[in-house]
Design a protein around this ligand. Sequence first.
Ligand code: SF4
Length: 154
Amino acid sequence: MSGAEWYADGLRFQCTQCGNCCTGPPGTVGFTAAEAKELARHLGITEKAFLRQYARKVDGNWSLNEHETEHGLDCVFLDRETVPGKAVCGVYEARPTQCRTWPFWPENLRTQRSWLTTRHGTPCPGMDTGPLIPIEAIRIQRDAKKGGWLDGEG
Ligand code: SF4
């Protein structure tokens, strides 16, 4: 990226645990081989069992499964029961990079307009509220997603 990013002064973000980014129209949540291993360890099952029970292949890459709910297609790990009124991640400590780095994805940061489109389109009420996330931290999250999704047979 050349020149200063439009978000050089940082961006505010604080998740409200609404779950909107973990549901909606069909989507994919990719993960690396190391993340698959960590998810399996977290769930106390083998990697093979993890892939069989919780993932599927989309265009050659593994993705977490989703299932139909009244809210849309929820991530298989989205938990709407445990905390009343909240939608929390059931594998939070072991969640993949794609989830850890939301909403600081390259496509959301491309322009201020992309950011606003995501904020209103998802919608993500956590964007532009809460603590100021400095540019250095945003860059780390923005650039964390490069390649390496698990694409083998598992
Ligand atoms: S849409 Fe935003 S506020 Fe809602 S769960 Fe996702 S990150 Fe949090």
